[in-house]
Design a protein around this ligand. Structure first.
Ligand code: ARG
Length: 629
């Protein structure tokens, strides 16, 4: 009886803690586990708190204390045994057994359920989030919020939205949500590829092949169509030129060179950089219409940008200043009329050589991708005053990113460069659509949605119950694409495989959606009121399946916390699959319908917590959980 009271008062205390807002300090002093460990070891609670780890498998405990991490002299096994002799007993924690250098810690299942379920249900969408991570100083009093800029997606206007952009979009969208959930002030930037000679060419192409009507209707595909056409003309001209040269008609070949499309494009682009009104107006229109379309697609992925920046938005002035500084500081040097950086001279050893000798200004004075990135970074530092900036860019551009971070550092902004991080990722292999080879994001999503719809129709009974099957197929299809993308570590390549990703078996998006829809259906069928669930007697959750599920659900905040370190969506996904596996194996053992009312309420409270965690996890990944499918 006394023990029961202790549990109840502990649960009450835990439930009344403010929503984890002091984490990571997280009141180690009143954390029951750190308090006990302090009592038996004499080690400072903060050290204990920092040493405690979560575990991968339930069999290894709920928490794990690596004894050497407490930095006490002695043999770990012996120290552990000595300490445990002083174990005072606890309403929440079982007495541990030391194995090797480790002390696995198991929560007592009953008290854990009583502490966790009401707390998680009270926090709702906030359960697992940790707003204090985004505080400049988590100690008292808080000194403002940290700001992070996440640059991601960054497609190129008039060109296909390829797999690299897809991955950047998915991973970047996720990271932005992760930081937001952790209390950071997040700014999302899309850095469009929208500048350079090719956009002069696009404008010429529009005169020849463009239609204002088509442009308004479908800017992305129309501009792409124009771009392809005019590039065909450029290739034809090139061939013609080679032919003339081989026939010895050098004068004619020269004329073609001086007056041909390539030269016209160069001149037109020059007009753009000089802000010629007509040229700029037209280009603005292409850009604005494309952005409107992009926005629609991003919306389907639950993504909204704070800024559509882009290569065109980097002022020529800043780039001139950058090249001037580079020359002045002896970082850049002339080579054949161009300006290059020979890294070997500035960075010792292999590292310098590996950075190669990039050009920062071409012979004709035009700036490059690299120079723009440097200037844009400096401008963003002013504009956003960020604490951290993340670039989500394919690993194919690793060298480029290393170069521009290093240049910023050499320019005297090491501290700024250190605040920037490149999040890279591998390739998607074999991505093509059923409607041809062009891979715009919209086409991909539509294809997967259609595929999903066909699959759903195979189960006529269920299909009839879905209110808006096309919309559901669309949402589940998007989940399929996203989950496939986030399944492995970012750096791994993966194969785009519609059959695998759309399957309901295996660790897929549709599987997660199905798990969520099933929990929603259980809730609907149970027909219990909020009061009935909140008042459930949780001590009835005694079966192994129930206690295991509670233990897994209790790990969720730690999983999010760990993800802030790995910055890998797979950290979240792996957990969600582990949780849903435990969940699905428990259905047969923890029935709701047909159970007596008390048990029904307790199990419903448990399933509701599972639904909450799954929902929170899916939303963190950028998925939209469906309620029926
Ligand atoms: N638009 C570029 C591309 O498609 C990606 C831009 C990446 N971001 C950057 N700051 N360089 O390759």
């Amino acid at each position: 009886m006394a023990a029961d009271k202790a549990v109840d008062s502990l649960s009450e205390q835990l439930a009344q803690l403010p929503p984890l807002d002091r984490y990571p300090n997280c009141y180690p002093e009143i954390n029951p586990l750190t308090t006990i460990l302090h009592q038996i070891t004499g080690v400072d609670t903060k050290i204990i708190y920092g040493a405690l780890q979560w575990t991968q498998a339930l069999a290894h405990g709920d928490m794990m204390l690596p004894i050497p991490a407490l930095r006490v002299k002695g043999k770990p096994q012996e120290l552990g045994e000595q300490w445990l002799e002083k174990w005072p007993g606890s309403p929440l924690v079982e007495k541990p057994v030391v194995t090797g250098g480790f002390m696995p810690i198991f929560f007592k299942p009953g008290p854990l359920a009583k502490a966790l379920i009401p707390l998680a249900r009270r926090l709702g969408p906030e359960y697992g989030k940790n707003k204090a991570n985004g505080l400049k100083d988590p100690s008292d009093p808080p000194k403002g919020q940290k700001r992070i800029v996440v640059e991601f997606s960054s497609p190129n206007i008039a060109k296909p939205f390829h797999a690299g952009h897809l991955r950047s979009t998915i991973i970047g969208g996720f990271l932005a949500k992760l930081y937001e959930g952790s209390g950071w002030d997040v700014k999302r930037i899309n850095y469009l590829g929208d500048w350079g000679k090719q956009y002069g060419l696009l404008s010429l192409g529009f005169d020849k092949y463009g239609s204002d009507e088509e442009l308004e209707k479908d800017p992305i595909n129309h501009l792409f169509h124009v771009y392809v056409k005019i590039n065909e003309d450029v290739s034809a001209e090139k061939q013609q030129m080679e032919k003339l040269q081989s026939e010895g008609k050098t004068e004619e070949a020269q004329r073609l060179k001086d007056e041909g499309l390539d030269e016209q494009a160069r001149r037109y682009f020059k007009l753009m950089t000089e802000r010629d009104q007509a040229a700029i107006e037209r280009w603005q229109k292409f850009r604005a219409l494309s952005i409107t379309k992009y926005k629609e697609t991003y919306k389907r992925l639950n993504i909204e940008f704070d800024e559509y920046s882009g290569e065109s938005q980097v002022p020529e002035e800043t780039m001139k200043e950058v090249t001037a500084t580079l020359l002045e500081k002896g970082i850049a040097e002339e080579s054949d009329g161009a300006l290059i950086i020979n890294f070997a001279k500035h960075v010792p050893g292999k590292a310098g050589k590996a950075l190669e000798k990039p050009v920062v200004r071409k012979k004709d004075g035009t700036a490059l991708y690299l120079t723009r990135d440097i200037s844009e970074l400096l401008n963003r530092a002013e504009r956003y005053q960020f604490d951290k900036m993340i670039y989500v860019i394919a690993s194919q551009q690793d060298l480029h990113v290393k170069q521009f971070f290093k240049i910023v550092e050499l320019m005297g902004h090491k501290e700024l460069a250190d605040r920037c991080q490149h999040i890279n990722f591998g390739l998607v292999l074999g991505m093509s659509t059923r409607r041809g080879t062009v891979k715009f994001l919209d086409d991909i999503l539509r294809d997967v949605g259609d595929f999903m719809h066909d699959l759903m129709r195979k189960n006529e009974e269920k299909y009839k119950q879905v209110e808006n099957p096309h919309a559901v197929a669309d949402t589940v299809g998007i989940s399929a694409v996203m989950v496939q993308d986030m399944t492995g570590k970012r750096i791994n390549n993966y194969k785009f495989d519609m059959d695998t990703m759309c399957s309901f078996e295996g660790d897929t998006g549709p599987y997660l959606q199905y798990a969520h829809a099933r929990l929603c259906s259980i809730t609907r069928k149970a027909q219990l009121s909020e009061e009935e669930i909140a008042g459930a007697d949780l001590s009835l959750l005694t079966e192994q399946h129930a206690t295991d599920l509670v233990r897994v659900l209790a790990q969720w905040p730690d999983v999010v916390q760990n993800t802030l370190k790995t910055l890998e969506p797979t950290t979240i996904l792996t957990y969600l699959f582990k949780m849903t596996h435990v969940l699905s194996s428990s259905y047969d053992h923890l029935k709701i319908v047909g159970s007596e009312p008390g048990l029904m309420r307790a199990r419903m409270a448990l399933y509701d917590t599972a639904r909450l965690v799954l929902n929170n996890g899916m939303r963190l990944l950028g998925l939209t959980p469906v309620e029926r499918m």
